[in-house]
Design a protein around this ligand. Structure first.
Ligand SMILES: Cc1ncc(COP(=O)(O)O)c(C=O)c1O
Length: 344
């Protein structure tokens, strides 16, 4: 590997002078702030939030055992995905490699930014095809998006194969660990200091139960994080989100209890699904959902909607013919789903 971050960043981003907010220009304490054109009459929300989310990053740094400077926070992981495309890919010139099927926003962000997509194909067990991937990247490939556990299949990708890619690709390897809490694997964070081209995405939207507040986390080398911070909108994480995230990140035990219950329910659903004759296959999952192959998937999807139950129809997705993706619900919701499926 011949990794050179300075060669990877878009030249305009490299020479960009970032916006400096009022809170960047003056960081000390004062009793009268007349520098940000805020409304002076106090309600809880009249002041701009901390643009660098120092307190929240301190807590995340404690939880994840990495330096705060290795953390970028985004308005959902989706913001980090977009900023990665914008920081490193020259529109119309560079490309990103996305083994499919996987989470749709990698391709959408690339498309929005006029960045070419090289669509790889996972194996039929939804693992990485190392030889194919290595044949597909070229000198203009800046990013490879890998999702583990993968959405929509639910399986972890082979750790050794990801390490192999990290060791041989000159661009950034983004490992999206949105569903990591549902696995017993420690994930790639401990390898951050070994691989300068490793970028990890995690989120509060899944196990932590905070999809509504939009907080995505990106972990990487301090140099990569500095580039993302340089191009982010100044106040991308609002104050309410920072506060709620900080409070909830104290509740590790509650999160772990939810995860345990979701995993138990997932395995209960799996064994019950296998008893339903029209279900042909339940794919292995280490996430909070199951990919299920079922006869007439589209028809079943519509019939369940009539009963008030919405699944995700993935039957038109590559390698997912006749597949529905089913999020694990509460025990009551899962019971109702099984009842309805058994009646169809
Ligand atoms: C793999 C993966 N990454 C990221 C996200 C979105 O995360 P966020 O809510 O932080 O934008 C999802 C949502 O479904 C996902 O499946």
């Amino acid at each position: 590997m011949n990794f050179d971050l300075l060669k990877l960043v878009r030249p305009n981003v490299l020479k960009l002078k970032p916006y400096s907010s009022a809170r960047d220009d003056f960081k000390g304490s004062a009793s009268i702030f007349l520098d940000a054109n805020e409304n002076p009459f106090p309600n809880k929300y009249n002041r701009y939030p901390d643009p660098h989310q120092y307190k929240l990053k301190e807590r995340i740094s404690e939880l994840k055992k990495i330096k705060a400077e290795q953390i970028f926070l985004g308005n959902g992981s989706d913001e980090a995905i977009d900023l990665l495309c914008r920081a490193f890919c020259e529109p119309g010139v560079d490309n990103v490699l996305i083994p499919q099927p996987t989470y749709g926003m990698y391709a959408v962000s690339a498309d929005i930014n006029a960045v070419e997509i090289i669509s790889g194909k996972l194996t039929k067990d939804f693992d990485l095809d190392l030889d194919a991937i290595k044949n597909q990247w070229n000198p203009n490939t800046k990013l490879i998006f890998l999702c583990s556990p993968n959405n929509p299949s639910g399986n972890l990708l082979s750790v050794d194969k990801i390490k192999n890619i990290l060791g041989s690709f000159n661009g950034l390897v983004i490992v999206d660990e949105a569903y990591l809490d549902f696995t017993s694997y420690e994930g790639f964070v401990p390898l951050l200091n070994k691989y300068p081209n490793l970028v990890i995405l995690q989120t509060l939207s899944k196990a932590w139960g905070l999809a509504n507040i939009r907080l995505g986390m990106c972990f990487a080398s301090t140099d990569v994080i500095a580039i993302l911070n340089k191009i982010k909108p100044p106040y991308n994480i609002n104050g309410v989100t920072q506060q709620i995230a900080l409070e909830n990140l104290q509740q590790v035990e509650l999160k772990n209890k939810w995860v345990e219950e979701i995993i138990n329910e997932r395995e209960h659903l799996r064994s019950e699904f296998l008893k339903i004759p029209s279900i042909k296959r339940v794919y292995p999952s280490e996430a909070n959902f199951l990919l299920v192959q079922i006869n007439d998937a589209q028809k079943i999807y519509q019939q369940l909607i009539v009963k008030g139950i919405v699944l995700r129809d993935r039957s038109n997705v590559i390698l997912c013919g006749d597949c529905l993706r089913i999020t694990v619900g509460t025990p009551m919701e899962n019971k109702e789903l099984l009842l309805q499926l058994n009646q169809l």
